[in-house]
Design a protein around this ligand. Structure first.
Ligand code: VG1
Ligand code: CO
Length: 544
Protein backbone atom coordinates (compact mmCIF):
# COMPACT_ATOMS: atom_id res chain seq x y z
CA UNK A 1 0.00 0.00 0.00
CA UNK A 2 1.40 3.36 -1.00
CA UNK A 3 0.71 6.31 1.21
CA UNK A 4 1.01 9.72 -0.46
CA UNK A 5 1.80 11.96 2.44
CA UNK A 6 1.83 15.70 2.07
CA UNK A 7 4.90 17.32 3.50
CA UNK A 8 3.47 19.40 6.30
CA UNK A 9 6.29 21.85 6.77
CA UNK A 10 7.90 24.31 4.37
CA UNK A 11 10.32 22.61 1.98
CA UNK A 12 13.81 22.35 3.45
CA UNK A 13 15.78 25.09 1.79
CA UNK A 14 19.05 23.99 3.42
CA UNK A 15 19.23 20.66 1.62
CA UNK A 16 22.12 21.61 -0.61
CA UNK A 17 24.48 18.71 -1.27
CA UNK A 18 28.11 19.77 -0.74
CA UNK A 19 31.43 18.25 -1.84
CA UNK A 20 30.08 14.80 -1.03
CA UNK A 21 26.32 14.75 -0.58
CA UNK A 22 24.12 16.23 2.11
CA UNK A 23 25.79 16.33 5.50
CA UNK A 24 24.01 17.61 8.64
CA UNK A 25 23.62 16.93 12.35
CA UNK A 26 21.53 13.83 13.10
CA UNK A 27 19.06 16.12 14.89
CA UNK A 28 18.52 17.99 11.62
CA UNK A 29 17.82 14.75 9.77
CA UNK A 30 15.40 13.80 12.56
CA UNK A 31 13.09 16.77 11.86
CA UNK A 32 9.73 15.54 10.57
CA UNK A 33 9.90 14.68 6.83
CA UNK A 34 13.47 16.00 6.44
CA UNK A 35 15.01 12.67 5.41
CA UNK A 36 12.01 11.70 3.27
CA UNK A 37 11.99 15.10 1.56
CA UNK A 38 15.60 14.72 0.48
CA UNK A 39 15.21 11.09 -0.65
CA UNK A 40 12.12 11.97 -2.71
CA UNK A 41 13.97 14.92 -4.23
CA UNK A 42 16.70 12.50 -5.32
CA UNK A 43 14.22 10.02 -6.78
CA UNK A 44 12.32 12.82 -8.55
CA UNK A 45 15.56 14.01 -10.17
CA UNK A 46 16.36 10.63 -11.73
CA UNK A 47 15.23 9.83 -15.24
CA UNK A 48 14.52 6.25 -16.20
CA UNK A 49 14.83 4.70 -12.76
CA UNK A 50 11.56 2.72 -13.00
CA UNK A 51 12.02 -1.07 -12.62
CA UNK A 52 15.74 -0.54 -11.97
CA UNK A 53 18.14 -1.66 -9.24
CA UNK A 54 19.22 0.60 -6.38
CA UNK A 55 22.15 -0.10 -4.03
CA UNK A 56 21.85 0.97 -0.38
CA UNK A 57 24.39 0.88 2.44
CA UNK A 58 26.33 3.05 4.82
CA UNK A 59 29.13 3.29 7.32
CA UNK A 60 27.06 2.03 10.25
CA UNK A 61 26.86 5.30 12.16
CA UNK A 62 23.87 6.27 14.30
CA UNK A 63 20.71 6.73 12.13
CA UNK A 64 22.12 4.37 9.43
CA UNK A 65 19.67 1.56 10.19
CA UNK A 66 16.66 3.87 10.38
CA UNK A 67 17.58 5.60 7.12
CA UNK A 68 18.00 2.25 5.33
CA UNK A 69 14.45 1.23 6.31
CA UNK A 70 12.97 4.54 5.16
CA UNK A 71 14.88 4.34 1.86
CA UNK A 72 13.69 0.77 1.23
CA UNK A 73 10.04 1.72 1.76
CA UNK A 74 10.42 4.81 -0.42
CA UNK A 75 12.30 2.93 -3.17
CA UNK A 76 9.49 0.36 -3.27
CA UNK A 77 6.88 3.13 -3.52
CA UNK A 78 8.90 4.90 -6.23
CA UNK A 79 8.98 1.99 -8.63
CA UNK A 80 12.41 0.41 -8.18
CA UNK A 81 12.42 -3.29 -8.96
CA UNK A 82 15.27 -4.37 -6.73
CA UNK A 83 17.34 -3.01 -3.85
CA UNK A 84 20.72 -4.48 -3.00
CA UNK A 85 21.46 -3.77 0.66
CA UNK A 86 24.70 -4.50 2.47
CA UNK A 87 24.21 -6.85 5.44
CA UNK A 88 23.26 -4.89 8.58
CA UNK A 89 23.04 -1.85 6.31
CA UNK A 90 26.82 -1.74 5.93
CA UNK A 91 28.72 -0.87 2.77
CA UNK A 92 31.91 1.14 2.63
CA UNK A 93 31.81 3.92 0.03
CA UNK A 94 34.22 2.10 -2.33
CA UNK A 95 32.36 -1.20 -1.83
CA UNK A 96 29.08 0.53 -2.72
CA UNK A 97 30.77 1.83 -5.87
CA UNK A 98 32.00 -1.69 -6.66
CA UNK A 99 28.52 -3.22 -6.15
CA UNK A 100 26.77 -0.56 -8.27
CA UNK A 101 29.16 -1.28 -11.15
CA UNK A 102 29.20 -5.06 -10.82
CA UNK A 103 25.42 -5.49 -10.79
CA UNK A 104 24.73 -2.67 -13.28
CA UNK A 105 22.54 -0.86 -10.77
CA UNK A 106 20.90 2.42 -11.73
CA UNK A 107 22.59 4.10 -8.79
CA UNK A 108 23.07 3.91 -5.06
CA UNK A 109 22.49 5.72 -1.81
CA UNK A 110 25.48 5.80 0.52
CA UNK A 111 24.79 6.80 4.10
CA UNK A 112 27.75 8.48 5.72
CA UNK A 113 29.22 11.72 6.94
CA UNK A 114 32.63 10.26 6.15
CA UNK A 115 35.25 11.24 8.73
CA UNK A 116 32.87 13.40 10.81
CA UNK A 117 31.98 12.00 14.27
CA UNK A 118 28.83 9.87 14.64
CA UNK A 119 26.17 9.53 17.33
CA UNK A 120 22.82 11.08 18.29
CA UNK A 121 24.37 14.56 18.63
CA UNK A 122 26.83 14.19 15.76
CA UNK A 123 26.70 14.01 11.99
CA UNK A 124 24.85 12.01 9.36
CA UNK A 125 24.92 12.21 5.59
CA UNK A 126 23.50 10.91 2.34
CA UNK A 127 25.23 10.77 -1.02
CA UNK A 128 23.71 9.66 -4.29
CA UNK A 129 25.98 7.76 -6.67
CA UNK A 130 25.19 7.30 -10.34
CA UNK A 131 25.37 4.16 -12.48
CA UNK A 132 29.14 4.40 -13.04
CA UNK A 133 29.51 3.97 -9.26
CA UNK A 134 30.71 7.52 -8.70
CA UNK A 135 29.34 10.56 -6.87
CA UNK A 136 26.55 12.41 -8.67
CA UNK A 137 27.98 15.19 -10.84
CA UNK A 138 27.04 18.81 -10.23
CA UNK A 139 24.12 18.91 -12.70
CA UNK A 140 22.49 16.05 -10.74
CA UNK A 141 23.14 17.53 -7.28
CA UNK A 142 21.89 20.90 -8.51
CA UNK A 143 18.69 19.27 -9.78
CA UNK A 144 18.20 17.50 -6.45
CA UNK A 145 18.66 20.74 -4.57
CA UNK A 146 16.21 22.62 -6.78
CA UNK A 147 13.68 19.85 -6.26
CA UNK A 148 14.01 19.98 -2.44
CA UNK A 149 12.70 23.53 -2.54
CA UNK A 150 9.44 22.84 -4.39
CA UNK A 151 8.52 19.30 -3.41
CA UNK A 152 5.18 18.96 -1.61
CA UNK A 153 4.71 15.22 -1.17
CA UNK A 154 6.65 11.98 -1.04
CA UNK A 155 5.83 8.36 -1.73
CA UNK A 156 6.39 5.75 0.92
CA UNK A 157 5.08 2.26 1.46
CA UNK A 158 3.52 1.53 4.82
CA UNK A 159 5.15 -1.74 5.79
CA UNK A 160 7.05 -3.16 8.74
CA UNK A 161 10.86 -3.06 8.86
CA UNK A 162 12.69 -5.45 6.55
CA UNK A 163 15.21 -7.90 8.03
CA UNK A 164 18.54 -6.51 6.81
CA UNK A 165 20.71 -8.60 9.14
CA UNK A 166 20.49 -11.98 7.42
CA UNK A 167 21.52 -12.61 3.82
CA UNK A 168 18.87 -13.38 1.22
CA UNK A 169 15.87 -12.05 -0.68
CA UNK A 170 12.74 -10.46 0.78
CA UNK A 171 9.69 -8.92 -0.84
CA UNK A 172 8.64 -5.35 -0.12
CA UNK A 173 5.57 -4.26 -2.10
CA UNK A 174 6.51 -4.82 -5.75
CA UNK A 175 10.21 -4.66 -4.98
CA UNK A 176 12.76 -7.32 -4.09
CA UNK A 177 15.18 -6.53 -1.28
CA UNK A 178 18.38 -8.53 -1.58
CA UNK A 179 20.61 -8.45 1.49
CA UNK A 180 24.15 -9.08 0.23
CA UNK A 181 27.46 -9.82 1.91
CA UNK A 182 29.02 -6.38 2.46
CA UNK A 183 32.60 -7.48 1.79
CA UNK A 184 32.59 -10.36 -0.70
CA UNK A 185 32.31 -8.51 -4.04
CA UNK A 186 34.88 -6.00 -2.90
CA UNK A 187 37.35 -8.68 -1.82
CA UNK A 188 37.02 -10.42 -5.20
CA UNK A 189 37.84 -7.14 -6.95
CA UNK A 190 40.94 -6.60 -4.80
CA UNK A 191 42.11 -10.16 -5.56
CA UNK A 192 41.96 -9.38 -9.25
CA UNK A 193 44.16 -6.28 -8.86
CA UNK A 194 46.86 -7.35 -6.43
CA UNK A 195 49.28 -10.22 -6.01
CA UNK A 196 47.86 -11.81 -2.87
CA UNK A 197 50.43 -14.66 -2.97
CA UNK A 198 53.29 -12.22 -2.92
CA UNK A 199 51.78 -10.20 -0.07
CA UNK A 200 51.15 -13.43 1.85
CA UNK A 201 54.86 -14.26 1.44
CA UNK A 202 55.71 -10.83 2.80
CA UNK A 203 53.69 -11.47 5.96
CA UNK A 204 55.15 -14.97 6.22
CA UNK A 205 58.64 -13.45 6.21
CA UNK A 206 57.83 -11.63 9.46
CA UNK A 207 56.64 -8.30 8.06
CA UNK A 208 54.26 -6.69 10.55
CA UNK A 209 51.57 -4.08 10.11
CA UNK A 210 48.75 -2.39 12.01
CA UNK A 211 45.55 -1.26 10.36
CA UNK A 212 43.37 1.11 12.38
CA UNK A 213 39.74 0.76 11.31
CA UNK A 214 38.78 3.44 13.87
CA UNK A 215 35.61 1.49 14.81
CA UNK A 216 34.21 2.43 11.45
CA UNK A 217 33.17 0.52 8.36
CA UNK A 218 36.51 -0.85 7.14
CA UNK A 219 36.94 -3.25 10.09
CA UNK A 220 35.15 -6.19 8.43
CA UNK A 221 36.88 -5.53 5.08
CA UNK A 222 40.37 -5.25 6.58
CA UNK A 223 39.90 -8.34 8.76
CA UNK A 224 38.73 -10.48 5.87
CA UNK A 225 41.48 -9.33 3.53
CA UNK A 226 44.49 -8.86 5.81
CA UNK A 227 43.90 -11.48 8.49
CA UNK A 228 41.87 -14.13 6.63
CA UNK A 229 43.16 -14.00 3.07
CA UNK A 230 46.67 -12.59 3.46
CA UNK A 231 47.60 -14.41 6.64
CA UNK A 232 48.48 -11.39 8.78
CA UNK A 233 48.22 -12.31 12.47
CA UNK A 234 44.91 -11.78 14.29
CA UNK A 235 45.09 -8.36 15.95
CA UNK A 236 46.68 -6.72 12.90
CA UNK A 237 43.42 -4.80 12.52
CA UNK A 238 42.77 -2.49 15.49
CA UNK A 239 39.35 -1.06 16.41
CA UNK A 240 37.83 -3.53 13.97
CA UNK A 241 34.20 -3.47 15.13
CA UNK A 242 32.01 -0.80 13.49
CA UNK A 243 30.24 1.20 16.22
CA UNK A 244 27.37 3.68 15.87
CA UNK A 245 29.45 6.40 17.52
CA UNK A 246 32.88 5.16 16.35
CA UNK A 247 33.75 4.68 20.01
CA UNK A 248 33.33 8.42 20.54
CA UNK A 249 36.24 9.21 18.21
CA UNK A 250 36.65 11.17 15.02
CA UNK A 251 37.02 8.45 12.36
CA UNK A 252 39.47 10.66 10.51
CA UNK A 253 42.77 9.06 9.50
CA UNK A 254 45.21 11.87 10.13
CA UNK A 255 48.08 12.47 12.52
CA UNK A 256 45.76 14.02 15.12
CA UNK A 257 42.85 11.60 15.19
CA UNK A 258 44.79 8.38 14.59
CA UNK A 259 47.35 9.28 17.25
CA UNK A 260 47.37 5.81 18.86
CA UNK A 261 48.43 4.28 15.59
CA UNK A 262 51.00 7.01 15.01
CA UNK A 263 52.47 6.38 18.47
CA UNK A 264 52.63 2.64 17.80
CA UNK A 265 54.64 3.30 14.65
CA UNK A 266 57.02 5.53 16.60
CA UNK A 267 57.29 3.29 19.65
CA UNK A 268 59.77 0.58 20.58
CA UNK A 269 58.93 -2.64 18.70
CA UNK A 270 57.13 -0.63 16.02
CA UNK A 271 55.68 -2.65 13.13
CA UNK A 272 56.93 -2.09 9.57
CA UNK A 273 53.79 -0.52 8.20
CA UNK A 274 50.73 1.30 9.50
CA UNK A 275 47.52 2.41 7.88
CA UNK A 276 44.14 3.82 8.83
CA UNK A 277 40.89 4.55 7.08
CA UNK A 278 37.95 6.84 7.76
CA UNK A 279 34.27 6.39 8.68
CA UNK A 280 33.10 5.25 5.25
CA UNK A 281 36.35 3.65 4.11
CA UNK A 282 37.31 5.92 1.26
CA UNK A 283 40.27 7.66 2.89
CA UNK A 284 43.66 6.26 3.84
CA UNK A 285 46.69 7.25 5.86
CA UNK A 286 49.99 5.51 5.21
CA UNK A 287 52.73 5.24 7.83
CA UNK A 288 56.08 3.51 7.95
CA UNK A 289 58.19 2.84 11.01
CA UNK A 290 58.97 6.36 12.25
CA UNK A 291 57.62 7.88 9.06
CA UNK A 292 54.49 9.43 7.61
CA UNK A 293 53.68 9.53 3.92
CA UNK A 294 51.75 12.65 2.92
CA UNK A 295 48.77 11.77 0.72
CA UNK A 296 50.27 13.83 -2.10
CA UNK A 297 53.54 11.88 -1.90
CA UNK A 298 51.61 8.63 -1.62
CA UNK A 299 49.85 9.34 -4.92
CA UNK A 300 53.21 10.07 -6.55
CA UNK A 301 54.84 6.90 -5.15
CA UNK A 302 51.89 4.76 -6.25
CA UNK A 303 52.05 6.26 -9.73
CA UNK A 304 55.79 5.63 -9.95
CA UNK A 305 55.48 2.00 -8.79
CA UNK A 306 52.07 0.91 -10.12
CA UNK A 307 53.67 -1.33 -12.77
CA UNK A 308 54.86 -3.64 -9.94
CA UNK A 309 51.24 -4.71 -9.27
CA UNK A 310 49.27 -7.06 -11.57
CA UNK A 311 46.27 -4.75 -11.99
CA UNK A 312 48.44 -1.90 -13.31
CA UNK A 313 51.28 -3.88 -14.92
CA UNK A 314 50.51 -2.38 -18.34
CA UNK A 315 51.18 1.14 -17.08
CA UNK A 316 48.95 4.14 -16.51
CA UNK A 317 46.87 5.95 -19.12
CA UNK A 318 47.20 9.19 -17.17
CA UNK A 319 46.88 10.56 -13.66
CA UNK A 320 44.71 13.21 -12.02
CA UNK A 321 44.93 15.18 -8.81
CA UNK A 322 42.76 17.80 -7.19
CA UNK A 323 44.10 21.33 -7.56
CA UNK A 324 45.23 21.73 -3.91
CA UNK A 325 47.07 18.37 -3.98
CA UNK A 326 50.82 18.86 -4.31
CA UNK A 327 52.33 18.56 -7.75
CA UNK A 328 54.59 15.63 -6.75
CA UNK A 329 52.64 13.31 -9.06
CA UNK A 330 53.12 15.74 -11.97
CA UNK A 331 56.85 14.97 -11.93
CA UNK A 332 56.20 11.24 -12.14
CA UNK A 333 53.76 11.82 -15.00
CA UNK A 334 56.32 13.91 -16.86
CA UNK A 335 58.92 11.18 -16.53
CA UNK A 336 56.45 8.52 -17.66
CA UNK A 337 55.23 10.76 -20.48
CA UNK A 338 51.59 10.53 -19.44
CA UNK A 339 49.02 13.29 -18.95
CA UNK A 340 48.21 14.82 -15.59
CA UNK A 341 44.84 16.48 -15.01
CA UNK A 342 44.18 19.09 -12.32
CA UNK A 343 40.58 19.07 -11.05
CA UNK A 344 38.59 20.90 -8.37
CA UNK A 345 38.35 19.35 -4.89
CA UNK A 346 35.94 16.41 -4.67
CA UNK A 347 36.00 12.94 -6.17
CA UNK A 348 33.11 13.61 -8.53
CA UNK A 349 35.44 15.55 -10.82
CA UNK A 350 37.49 12.41 -11.54
CA UNK A 351 34.45 10.48 -12.83
CA UNK A 352 34.49 11.61 -16.46
CA UNK A 353 38.28 11.30 -16.70
CA UNK A 354 38.12 7.72 -15.41
CA UNK A 355 35.10 6.78 -17.56
CA UNK A 356 36.74 8.13 -20.71
CA UNK A 357 39.92 6.18 -20.04
CA UNK A 358 42.03 9.34 -19.79
CA UNK A 359 43.38 8.49 -16.35
CA UNK A 360 44.08 5.36 -14.31
CA UNK A 361 45.13 6.75 -10.91
CA UNK A 362 43.88 9.81 -9.08
CA UNK A 363 44.17 11.37 -5.67
CA UNK A 364 43.52 14.23 -3.29
CA UNK A 365 45.67 15.73 -0.56
CA UNK A 366 42.90 14.93 1.94
CA UNK A 367 43.97 11.28 2.33
CA UNK A 368 42.10 10.12 -0.77
CA UNK A 369 43.64 7.87 -3.40
CA UNK A 370 42.03 5.63 -5.98
CA UNK A 371 41.96 4.27 -9.50
CA UNK A 372 39.69 3.20 -12.32
CA UNK A 373 38.71 0.00 -10.42
CA UNK A 374 35.74 1.90 -8.87
CA UNK A 375 34.57 5.52 -9.02
CA UNK A 376 35.32 6.51 -5.43
CA UNK A 377 38.51 6.95 -3.51
CA UNK A 378 39.38 3.75 -1.75
CA UNK A 379 41.20 3.38 1.57
CA UNK A 380 41.71 -0.40 1.65
CA UNK A 381 42.74 -0.39 -2.02
CA UNK A 382 45.50 2.16 -1.26
CA UNK A 383 46.76 0.01 1.62
CA UNK A 384 46.86 -3.09 -0.61
CA UNK A 385 48.62 -1.15 -3.36
CA UNK A 386 51.29 -0.11 -0.88
CA UNK A 387 51.54 -3.67 0.48
CA UNK A 388 51.98 -5.05 -3.03
CA UNK A 389 54.72 -2.51 -3.75
CA UNK A 390 56.42 -3.23 -0.42
CA UNK A 391 56.24 -6.96 -1.20
CA UNK A 392 57.76 -6.40 -4.63
CA UNK A 393 60.52 -4.00 -3.58
CA UNK A 394 61.30 -5.47 -0.18
CA UNK A 395 62.34 -2.06 1.11
CA UNK A 396 60.97 -0.09 4.02
CA UNK A 397 58.39 2.68 3.59
CA UNK A 398 60.99 5.31 4.38
CA UNK A 399 63.53 3.82 1.95
CA UNK A 400 60.94 3.92 -0.81
CA UNK A 401 60.02 7.51 0.07
CA UNK A 402 63.63 8.71 0.16
CA UNK A 403 64.55 7.07 -3.08
CA UNK A 404 61.47 8.71 -4.61
CA UNK A 405 62.59 12.15 -3.42
CA UNK A 406 66.14 11.54 -4.66
CA UNK A 407 64.78 10.77 -8.07
CA UNK A 408 62.03 13.41 -8.40
CA UNK A 409 62.82 16.06 -5.80
CA UNK A 410 60.56 16.76 -2.86
CA UNK A 411 57.34 18.77 -2.64
CA UNK A 412 57.15 19.96 0.95
CA UNK A 413 53.48 20.25 1.68
CA UNK A 414 51.08 21.07 4.49
CA UNK A 415 47.42 21.95 4.97
CA UNK A 416 46.29 24.29 7.74
CA UNK A 417 42.61 24.14 8.70
CA UNK A 418 40.75 26.82 10.65
CA UNK A 419 37.57 25.05 11.75
CA UNK A 420 34.32 26.51 13.00
CA UNK A 421 35.05 30.12 12.07
CA UNK A 422 32.28 32.63 11.53
CA UNK A 423 30.67 32.06 8.10
CA UNK A 424 30.25 35.74 7.26
CA UNK A 425 33.89 36.46 8.16
CA UNK A 426 35.00 33.52 6.04
CA UNK A 427 33.00 34.73 3.06
CA UNK A 428 34.38 38.24 3.45
CA UNK A 429 37.91 36.84 3.53
CA UNK A 430 37.38 34.96 0.28
CA UNK A 431 35.91 38.08 -1.34
CA UNK A 432 38.98 40.03 -0.21
CA UNK A 433 41.32 37.36 -1.62
CA UNK A 434 39.48 37.18 -4.93
CA UNK A 435 39.82 40.94 -5.25
CA UNK A 436 43.49 41.24 -4.28
CA UNK A 437 45.28 38.08 -5.41
CA UNK A 438 45.15 38.63 -9.20
CA UNK A 439 46.96 41.96 -8.68
CA UNK A 440 49.96 40.27 -7.05
CA UNK A 441 51.42 39.00 -10.33
CA UNK A 442 55.15 39.78 -10.73
CA UNK A 443 55.39 41.17 -7.17
CA UNK A 444 58.06 40.03 -4.72
CA UNK A 445 56.68 38.67 -1.47
CA UNK A 446 59.55 37.98 0.94
CA UNK A 447 61.96 35.71 -0.90
CA UNK A 448 59.28 34.59 -3.37
CA UNK A 449 58.11 36.13 -6.63
CA UNK A 450 54.47 35.74 -7.61
CA UNK A 451 53.98 34.29 -11.06
CA UNK A 452 50.20 34.61 -11.04
CA UNK A 453 47.13 34.58 -8.86
CA UNK A 454 43.58 33.51 -9.66
CA UNK A 455 40.42 31.76 -8.54
CA UNK A 456 40.64 28.23 -9.96
CA UNK A 457 38.13 27.37 -12.64
CA UNK A 458 37.85 23.97 -14.32
CA UNK A 459 36.44 22.96 -17.66
CA UNK A 460 35.68 19.26 -17.83
CA UNK A 461 37.48 17.97 -20.94
CA UNK A 462 34.79 15.33 -21.52
CA UNK A 463 31.48 17.17 -21.16
CA UNK A 464 32.66 20.77 -21.29
CA UNK A 465 30.97 21.73 -18.02
CA UNK A 466 32.61 24.60 -16.15
CA UNK A 467 33.14 24.75 -12.36
CA UNK A 468 34.34 28.13 -11.21
CA UNK A 469 35.36 29.65 -7.85
CA UNK A 470 37.13 26.47 -6.76
CA UNK A 471 39.90 28.05 -4.70
CA UNK A 472 42.12 31.12 -4.72
CA UNK A 473 45.66 30.31 -5.83
CA UNK A 474 48.90 32.22 -5.50
CA UNK A 475 51.50 30.57 -7.70
CA UNK A 476 55.15 31.53 -7.35
CA UNK A 477 57.83 31.46 -10.01
CA UNK A 478 59.64 28.49 -8.39
CA UNK A 479 56.46 26.37 -8.47
CA UNK A 480 55.62 27.00 -4.80
CA UNK A 481 51.92 27.65 -4.16
CA UNK A 482 49.50 28.97 -1.56
CA UNK A 483 45.84 28.04 -1.95
CA UNK A 484 42.79 29.20 -0.01
CA UNK A 485 39.36 27.60 -0.09
CA UNK A 486 36.37 27.04 2.17
CA UNK A 487 35.31 23.50 3.04
CA UNK A 488 32.09 22.13 1.58
CA UNK A 489 31.75 19.29 4.10
CA UNK A 490 31.75 21.01 7.51
CA UNK A 491 28.53 21.13 9.52
CA UNK A 492 29.35 23.97 11.92
CA UNK A 493 30.24 27.51 10.82
CA UNK A 494 32.87 27.64 8.09
CA UNK A 495 36.22 25.92 7.72
CA UNK A 496 39.07 27.71 5.97
CA UNK A 497 41.68 25.48 4.37
CA UNK A 498 45.10 26.91 3.54
CA UNK A 499 47.32 24.69 1.41
CA UNK A 500 51.03 25.42 1.20
CA UNK A 501 53.55 23.78 -1.08
CA UNK A 502 57.24 24.28 -1.79
CA UNK A 503 59.36 22.32 -4.22
CA UNK A 504 62.95 21.37 -3.41
CA UNK A 505 64.78 19.91 -6.37
CA UNK A 506 67.88 18.83 -4.46
CA UNK A 507 66.22 17.05 -1.60
CA UNK A 508 69.52 15.58 -0.35
CA UNK A 509 70.99 19.03 0.19
CA UNK A 510 67.89 20.50 1.85
CA UNK A 511 66.40 17.65 3.89
CA UNK A 512 64.27 19.63 6.35
CA UNK A 513 61.35 19.43 8.67
CA UNK A 514 58.16 20.16 6.70
CA UNK A 515 56.80 23.01 8.84
CA UNK A 516 60.23 24.67 8.97
CA UNK A 517 60.64 24.58 5.25
CA UNK A 518 57.16 26.06 4.78
CA UNK A 519 57.32 28.67 7.55
CA UNK A 520 57.82 31.69 5.31
CA UNK A 521 54.98 30.67 2.97
CA UNK A 522 52.66 30.09 5.93
CA UNK A 523 53.41 33.59 7.19
CA UNK A 524 52.71 35.02 3.76
CA UNK A 525 49.41 33.15 3.65
CA UNK A 526 48.34 34.56 7.00
CA UNK A 527 49.19 38.05 5.83
CA UNK A 528 47.47 37.80 2.44
CA UNK A 529 44.23 36.47 3.93
CA UNK A 530 44.40 38.62 7.09
CA UNK A 531 43.49 35.48 9.00
CA UNK A 532 44.08 36.82 12.48
CA UNK A 533 42.30 40.10 11.86
CA UNK A 534 39.31 38.48 10.22
CA UNK A 535 38.84 35.33 12.30
CA UNK A 536 40.51 36.14 15.60
CA UNK A 537 42.53 32.93 15.25
CA UNK A 538 46.26 32.89 15.77
CA UNK A 539 46.66 29.16 15.18
CA UNK A 540 45.03 26.65 12.84
CA UNK A 541 42.87 23.95 14.47
CA UNK A 542 44.48 21.12 12.52
CA UNK A 543 47.80 20.96 10.71
CA UNK A 544 48.49 18.07 8.38
C1 VG1 B 1 36.92 17.37 2.04
C2 VG1 B 1 38.25 17.19 1.32
C3 VG1 B 1 38.02 16.74 -0.10
C4 VG1 B 1 37.17 15.46 -0.09
C5 VG1 B 1 35.89 15.69 0.69
C6 VG1 B 1 35.08 14.42 0.85
O1 VG1 B 1 36.17 18.37 1.39
O2 VG1 B 1 39.00 18.38 1.34
O3 VG1 B 1 39.26 16.53 -0.73
O4 VG1 B 1 36.86 15.08 -1.41
O5 VG1 B 1 36.20 16.16 2.00
O6 VG1 B 1 35.82 13.43 1.48
P1 VG1 B 1 36.10 19.88 1.92
O7 VG1 B 1 35.14 20.54 1.01
O8 VG1 B 1 35.66 19.81 3.35
O9 VG1 B 1 37.50 20.43 1.83
V1 VG1 B 1 35.04 12.20 2.31
O10 VG1 B 1 36.13 11.17 2.91
O11 VG1 B 1 33.86 12.94 3.02
O12 VG1 B 1 34.15 11.38 1.09
CO1 CO C 1 35.21 9.40 3.63
Amino acid sequence: MIAHRIVSTVPFSDQKPGTSGLRKKVTVFQQPHYLENFIQAIFDSLEGSARQTLVVGGDGRFFNRHAVQVILRMAAANGFERCLVGQCGLLSTPAASCVIRKYHAFGGLVLSASHNPGGPQEDFGIKYNIGNGGPAPENVTDAIYTRTGVIDSYRILSAPDVDIDSLGKRILGDMTVEVIDSVLDYVTLMQNLFDFDRIRDLFRSGFRMRFDAMNAVTGPYAREILEERLGAPVGTVMNAIPLEDFGGHHPDPNLVHACDLVQTLHGPDAPDFGAASDGDGDRNMILGRMSFVTPSDSLAVLAANAHLTPGYADGLAGVARSMPTSSAVDRVAREKRIDVHETPTGWKFFGNLLDSGAVTLCGEESFGTGSNHVREKDGVWAVLMWLNILAARRQSVSEILRSHWRCYGRNYYSRHDYEGIDSAAADAMMTHLRATVPGLADRMLGSFTVACGDDFSYTDPVDGSVSSRQGVRVIFTDGSRIIFRLSGTGTEGATLRVYVEKYEHDYMRHDQNTQESLAELVQLANKLAEIRERTGRTQPSVVT
